[in-house]
Design a protein around this ligand. Structure first.
Ligand SMILES: [Zn+2]
Length: 220
């Protein structure tokens, strides 16, 4: 894959944020890197999703410095860069303020694993990361420190929103979509009573099956 192809993929994946109702205005971004690569492609700052083109996508080094493109990269670039530097298997990062997931983040409450879809995708609860101000490395550090101790590919950053990771930009977008979906369902369930936990052995077995057996292997 070339930088050009990666910019096209990252550009196109932003339409999924809009299509799945994960973003308001310009508040959400996708980035991706080539496996083992020392650069990543990310959304330019403040550009509306309708106006994104592959050429407008910015390529940065792993310190977050722009190395290709005309525009300034997303204001979340430092966080994405930190994740890529510290999680070598991660090749895609997504950040959104999607409504239901951010509502859990606002309460600082992890989403409990009460749905088989959560066990499948996240291998347990979706954890909460620390409160951190945008700009420096604090957000990225909070994401990495939280995800390193978890199977989950999603973290709710307290009072802020969601970061998801994946072995490709598409996988990270899928995690963002699934995170919002389960955040909504568990929220609705809570309105009517206390959702029932799934036994840890069953969570383990669901996670193992979904990660290793489910689907068309070549299409994952
Ligand atoms: Zn944010």
């Amino acid at each position: 894959m070339t930088d050009e192809e990666l910019r096209e993929i990252v550009c196109r994946l932003h339409t999924e944020l809009v299509r799945n109702d994960l973003v308001a205005w310009t508040a959400g971004n996708v980035s991706g890197r080539l496996p083992g690569g020392d650069r990543f492609a990310i959304k330019p700052s403040g550009v509306s999703y309708d106006d994104l083109t592959p050429e407008s996508i910015v390529v940065c080094d792993l310190d977050g410095n722009r190395v290709e493109g005309e525009l300034s990269p997303s204001s979340d670039t430092a966080a994405h860069a930190y994740v890529y530097r510290h999680m070598p298997d991660v090749n895609g990062v997504v950040h959104t303020h999607s409504t239901y997931a951010s509502a859990w983040a606002a309460r600082g409450e992890p989403i409990p694993c009460v749905l088989t879809a959560m066990a499948d995708e996240f291998g347990g609860e979706i954890p909460v990361g620390p409160f951190a101000l945008i700009g420096g490395e604090d957000i990225g550090r909070g994401v990495v420190d939280t995800l390193k101790g978890h199977r989950s590919t999603a973290v709710l950053m307290r009072n802020h929103g969601v970061f998801t990771v994946g072995d490709s930009p598409k996988a990270a977008v899928k995690a963002a979509v699934m995170c919002e979906d389960v955040a909504r369902t568990v929220h609705v369930s809570r309105q009517l009573g206390e959702p029932l936990p799934i036994a840890q052995a069953d969570v383990d077995s669901l996670y193992d099956r979904y990660q290793n057996v489910y689907g068309q292997r070549s299409a994952r």
